[in-house]
Design a binder for this molecule. Sequence first.
Ligand code: PRX
Length: 658
Amino acid sequence: MVDRNGWGRDRPAPTGAPHSPPASFVEQANVSDADVYAAFEDDWPDCWERAAALLSWDEAYDTVLEDDDAPFYRWFPGGKLNASYNCVDRHLESGRKTHAAIRWEGKQGERETYTYRDLYVAVNEFAAALRDLGVEADDVVTIYLPMIPELPIAMLACARIGAPHSVVFAGLSADALATRMNSADSEYLITCDGYYRRGDAFNQKSKADNACLALEHDVRTVVVDRLGDELPHVLGDDEWEYHALREAFAGETVAPVSRDAEDMLFLMYTSGTTGDPKGVVHTTGGYLAHVAWTSHAVLDVKPEDTYWCAADIGWITGHSYIVYGPLSLGTTTVMYEGTPDYPDRDRLWEIVDRNAVDIFYTAPTAIRAFMKWGPEYPERYDLSSLRLLGTVGEPISPRPWNWYREHIGGGECPIVDTWWQTETGAVTISTLPGVDDMKPGAAGPGLPGIDVQVVDETGKEVDPGEAGYLTIARPWPGMARTLYDGDERYRTEYWTRFSDPDADEWRYFSGDTACIDEDGYVTVLGRVDDVIDVSGRRLSTMEIESAITDVDGVVEAAVVGRSDGRTGTDIYAYVSTDGNRDATDGVRTAIVDNVETTIGPIATPTEIVFTPELPKTRSGKIMRRLLADIANDEELGDTSALRNPEIVGEIQTESGDR
Ligand code: PRX
């Protein structure tokens, strides 16, 4: 194969041996007919009616897709619906009021179950309270809560009255909260007094207070009393306590506001490559239809399941696959407040066993941690209830993929490696677990109806196995509609680079690089910025990292470029190994050998620095920018987004000792 576009690749991305889903899975799968791909293709865009049909509409939509003003597409225009009605009320009407909607597992071992009836009562009372505080349709309500039940309750209460929510991850700083509230002109805030971090009470309210001081407008705040006497707090003017409000509005109901399909359901801020965070706008009809459909077709969720997505609701994964997707289908969604290693490294498996969890969805960074800790933790529990596993958020290389299947999935469970983004709203690339074979290391084909294409600089599709830019050549229902701070930024960020407006040809650019094999399976290589230019050859950091993590004993790796001060770039690799071995020369040699065999000597790291952990953002992504600063002996950029800032000093020392 010719390496035509200079990506330094002349062979398809290495994937592990394929696996077929077990017959027992296929028999019961929500979607098991391979014709689904052709059916969507033949009937596009009307095929998306299947997704819309999973919802209850107050008024039918006029048409499926309106594309006169591309790239500002409108899905299901004319349709009316309410997201809170779809996630709550309709399950009561279908006789499921005593069915568990949310099973909450707190950090201190607390447990709470909300039936659909309990959820209905809570959402209604809180919606009544919000209205009384002055919240009207289209007012943006900011929610700054940790993983406690009041978080989804608040989201659904907002949705009920037509007020878009903007959830800000609880671990973000006061500054980050203030920036987001200012950008959205948000005059309402729902937060809490504090929460537990590894057993200690941690003050959240003081962060919220600091943010409000920095705002250019007044704010009305609701405070959830999470810690009681552990952290006494005093309410100021314009502040109300959540439970007191619930009591004041006990038994009240609020009719769900019928929203246009295209009305905003929520805003979700995500980091941009430059400038302020981007407020990604998601709408009611298309988003909800897409998350319901993918929960059904990809995650195989059934109402009788206990389903667990171990993400945080503060990120898009939690919005789509802890709250809106599973609840719209009327299943039981598990919500876990804690971390996987507290009080011990078996915490997640104890929860799976006790709740007989059917479906488990997490991120590669977590899977690599499980692998590092060793199989003895999952082995303590009965995980045989699991039917399907999922991963999202980063590429997963074959070794952790196989470990996940073997040690968590009992060697049986299919795994869906789901590629999507805050901007795509819901899964866009994945195998359908009841239809497709899985290839460890490749996410899978575009879902039915999603036209995924990998293109070169000129926007032309590349040959199978060649790397290029990951684009989507047609719109899809869950897509972001715009950015809150402007249509123009939306168009430039996503729709300019590979589109031809004069020909009315529009192509969404994801910002990722990828390659597609002969079977249409996509292997994501990383973000565009994660490319190192070595002697004019562009190497994907992800590809080198995958070759490194394939080595026995290696758990995680990040590679960055270091300018050699003249014209070239050297490759620096930061590597963490499992606890069982030191950074021995054996591992070092094995890394070099494997990189040379799988990619070529051009990709061999000049330096390999061993470190106990890699610097990560709070959503678990490796912060390569920081490592690049360290490698280049530059002043460190902003470290406020780091989850483990303490590791930076250690890495600097290690690097200095080279
Ligand atoms: O680079 C891709 C990576 O995560 C990015 C999107 O991040 P975010 O908006 O925070 O949403 C994360 C959860 C949906 C993508 O551009 N990514 C996500 N899923 C995968 C992935 N990379 C490889 N494989 C995946 N399955």
